[in-house]
Ligand binder design. Structure first.
Ligand SMILES: Cc1cc2nc3c(=O)[nH]c(=O)nc-3n(C[C@H](O)[C@H](O)[C@H](O)COP(=O)(O)OP(=O)(O)OC[C@H]3O[C@@H](n4cnc5c(N)ncnc54)[C@H](O)[C@@H]3O)c2cc1C
Length: 327
């Protein structure tokens, strides 16, 4: 039987559980089920209680470490050391972290402390029963290839998971929360956080948006994105883009959706002047409802959109904005 599937959870600034960790915990549970084992989580924070309570609605067992230094020191290195101490006395089947900046730092530090391999930026993970390892799907060489990798026979390792590749689902019965028996000494120097800088205004985090109005080459200019922003505001959403629009300098890279951009999963994805190339599709295909506006009735996006509106995006966009205003 494989060992426990562990999750190193991240918290938000207010101490609540990060969305990425709810997704990873859901994935850990499904891997545990497939491998006939169990899943567990680790929360390291100045006050781990609130996030641990939330994580226990996803996992049968949560271990906490109250780490006062995490308040004003770089969290990931502290979390990795605390997690490594817990994992040293356990038999893991795999350890999962987020693929964001903090999750990556946790994975890198765990790699060094536990001398284990890392499979990074997973876009899908299943259980390979034959190998007794997670089978990890990743985009490599700048997204040119998709590979599936597993750990060597008998080995376990760390997997970082991209946001929005799993839909978070809590369980009916909450799991147990326990404090780690002994936190022990920190072997690495704690890194003091000297300043925090807010992300530039306008760069709305598209990963969490319920509605995304995305534009492609058809938008034709930076000014053209003004209409998309108005639509996004009217719908309470965020603006996204294809790589073609980002490369043209019309919108920042932070808004790029796709294989070499972000993976998003809004309830509504409004694609304006986007052809639907595979590298864009992989970043948005799991959206709830996909509505595309394209002047080409044969645009490939029509093959997977729920609705294709054939027309000029400026005309359709303005008409939609007027209609939204009326409502
Ligand atoms: C390794 C690699 C990684 C990549 N990663 C990404 C990625 O992360 N994200 C990404 O998006 N792409 C990525 N790409 C690029 C991808 O292959 C496509 O080139 C890109 O998605 C195309 O963007 P587009 O749909 O905006 O442009 P086009 O393919 O040029 O499509 C423009 C569409 O707009 C329509 N149109 C034009 N004018 C109007 C108008 N006035 N009204 C209505 N419709 C109009 C056209 O009919 C057309 O369908 C990657 C490519 C490679 C090789």
């Amino acid at each position: 039987m494989a060992g426990t599937i562990w999750v190193v959870a991240e918290t938000n600034a207010d101490g609540s559980l990060a969305k990425i960790s709810t997704e990873i915990a859901t994935l850990a549970r499904s891997l545990a089920e497939a491998s006939g084992t169990t899943a567990a989580g680790i929360v390291v924070a100045p006050d781990p209680g609130p996030a641990a309570g939330e994580l226990a609605t996803y996992l049968p067992r949560v271990v906490t470490v109250a780490e006062p230094l995490a308040g004003d020191h770089a969290w990931a290195q502290l979390a990795a050391q605390r997690a490594a101490a817990i994992l040293a006395s356990e038999t893991p089947g795999a350890v999962l972290t987020g693929a964001g900046p903090d999750g990556r730092d946790v994975a890198g530090t765990l790699l060094a402390l536990l001398e284990r391999g890392v499979l990074y930026n997973a876009i899908a993970v299943s259980w390979d029963a034959e190998r007794g390892s997670p089978a990890v799907e990743m985009g490599v060489f700048g997204g040119r290839l998709i590979t599936v990798s597993a750990f060597a026979d008998g080995e376990w390792g760390i997997v970082t998971i991209r946001p929005n590749v799993v839909t978070a689902e809590a369980t009916a019965s909450a799991g147990s929360v326990e404090a780690a028996s002994s936190a022990g000494e920190l072997s690495l120097p704690a890194v003091k956080v000297v300043d925090r800088v807010e992300e530039a205004a306008g760069a709305v985090p598209i990963e969490d948006a319920r509605v995304i109005v995305a534009g492609g080459r058809g938008v034709a200019s930076e000014a053209g994105f003004g209409l998309l922003q108005e639509l996004a505001d009217a719908l309470g959403g965020a603006v996204g883009a294809t790589r073609a629009a980002v490369d043209a300098g019309w919108i920042p890279y932070a808004q790029q959706i796709g294989q070499t951009g972000k993976i998003v999963k809004p309830q509504l994805y409004l694609a304006m002047g986007i052809s639907g190339a595979i590298q864009h599709k992989v970043g948005m295909q799991t959206s709830g409802t996909i509505v595309a506006v394209n002047r080409d009735p044969d645009a490939p996006i029509g093959e997977f959109a729920d609705l294709l509106v054939v027309g000029d995006l400026a005309d359709v966009g303005k008409a939609l904005l007027e209609e939204l205003g009326r409502r």
